[in-house]
Design a protein around this ligand. Structure first.
Ligand code: LLP
Length: 434
């Protein structure tokens, strides 16, 4: 479920009319619903906690999905932990108020300075992905007089996901150490002064809408826990990654928004985890990103022009691929809702919805049947809360889009639109051309 609904003929985010946000902040603009973020976090956390022994399931929100300060503070206030993949993300998590002991640091290519910063900050866990990183982490932590708790990210050779570019768990993918190597690395790490290996991690992919592939990978991990323990290693933690998918397709009946966002899948996933890890005696970690914020955000954009052609009708909007990259990059589908509630008998037209960027790839959708649009109309790309603003760029020297957080009847700009001074001001001319 989410909190974007029609009221009095207009689309609202909770109790705020999107027309008001467009008028005050301008378009394009990302709008997030606090209530949806809270609902999804609570649903997920309650489900995984109900299926694990008390106090042993921990949720680390994957910050890469949406790093907006307002979103992060909302989640920190709910008691969430956070999964990070760069020094910038660790810094952002700290700035948002996540305590260091709730921060996990993942990622295939952490640099020495990034590890130094994270270890120095006192974070909970580093997810190690290569032998080289193990050596470096131990050296860095020892030089700081610390022993960093860490786990090995294992590549289970089971990949899944909504698109090849977001599948990570196959042995063809760059992520993690192989099953065969873990025992040897564990044994090596036992003699290192800067690390304490606490267990294992995995993450098989993203936008996964069934539980079978998770189950297959988790069963393999549970077996590996047994093997490692038999070899005398300590395995106290199992970080099961993120990846649970969300519905992007919403029924196209503009006058009936009464659908739900599949708590069934969350329940089925949590029950499966409970079954597979029963009696394993480990602390569980989860790293959901999209599931928490995906349906909690929209990208609000304005129609600039119609461009009728003999064979099609282009709808040119003021948002572009640099603002919401998912359709261009993964052929991702986003529902499009007009902000003015269409009459039941409104005429419908098939549109190619495109942005202003100078590439044909700057196409959000082709042949989408929508209520007839005209210049200045507002439309919303739905389900844009995850990997929307966080993947935006300034391609074509376009300003980064502002972000707004709604809570009930209030809204706040939690990231103002970038200014042209900010966009252009960081460039430097070389001395020979100055
Ligand atoms: N943990 C790790 C180690 C990850 O690499 C990821 C996502 C997550 C957790 C969170 O996964 P989620 O629960 O959000 O599926 N830009 C793509 C998605 C890339 C996901 C990358 N890793 C998209 O827009 O679909």
């Amino acid at each position: 479920m989410h909190h974007f609904n029609y009221r009095d003929g207009s689309l609202f985010a909770e109790d705020v009319d999107l027309r008001q946000i467009a008028a005050e902040v301008g378009t394009p603009v990302y709008v997030y619903s606090s209530a949806t973020i809270e609902r999804h976090y609570r649903l997920f956390a309650a489900a995984v906690k109900a299926n694990a022994p008390a106090g042993t399931a921990h949720v680390f929100y994957a910050l890469k999905a949406n790093g907006n300060l307002g979103v992060l503070k909302t989640l920190a206030a709910l008691g969430a932990g956070v999964d990070t993949v760069s020094e910038g993300e660790v810094r952002k998590a700290l700035a948002a108020g996540f305590p260091p002991e709730k921060i996990v640091f993942s990622g295939v290519g952490k640099s020495e300075s990034e590890l130094r910063f994270a270890v120095g900050a006192g974070i909970y866990q580093v997810n190690i992905e290569t032998e080289g990183e193990l050596d470096l982490l131990s050296r860095v932590a020892a030089s700081l007089g610390k022993r960093q708790e860490a786990v090995f990210r294992v590549n289970p050779d089971i990949g899944a996901g909504g698109h090849a570019k977001i599948t990570t768990g196959s042995s063809e993918n760059k992520f993690g150490v192989s099953f065969e190597e873990v025992g040897r690395l564990y044994a090596r790490a036992a003699n290192m002064e800067g690390v304490r290996i606490m267990g294992l991690a995995l993450h098989i992919g993203s936008q996964i809408r069934e539980t079978d592939s998770f189950e297959a990978a988790y069963v393999k991990m549970a077996t590996l826990v047994g093997t490692l323990r038999a070899e005398g290693h300590r395995v106290e933690r199992l970080d099961l990654g993120g990846g649970l998918g969300i519905p992007y397709e919403i029924p196209q009946d503009f006058n009936n928004r009464d659908f739900d966002y599949g708590p069934d899948l969350i329940e089925a996933y949590a029950a499966m985890v409970g079954r597979v890890t029963k009696g394993l005696d480990v602390e569980l970690g989860f790293e959901p990103g999209r599931l928490i914020v995906g349906n909690a955000g929209i990208l609000l954009t304005r129609v600039l022009y119609l461009n009728p052609r003999p064979t099609k009708q282009f709808l040119v909007v003021d948002a572009a691929m640099n603002d919401l990259m998912r359709p261009a990059m993964y052929e991702a589908y986003h529902e499009i809702w007009p902000v003015s509630e269409p009459a039941a008998d409104a005429s419908r037209i098939a549109y190619d919805v495109v942005g202003p960027v100078c590439e044909s790839g700057d196409t959000f959708t082709t042949g989408r049947v929508l209520p007839e649009q005209k210049p200045d109309d507002l439309i919303a790309f739905m389900t844009a809360g995850a990997y929307g603003a966080s993947m935006a760029s300034t391609y074509n020297q376009r300003l980064l889009v502002p972000e707004v957080l709604v809570k009930g009847g209030q809204f706040a700009v939690t990231r103002p639109r970038q200014s042209y001074e900010e966009l252009l001001g960081t460039d430097r001319a070389p001395p020979w051309l100055a």
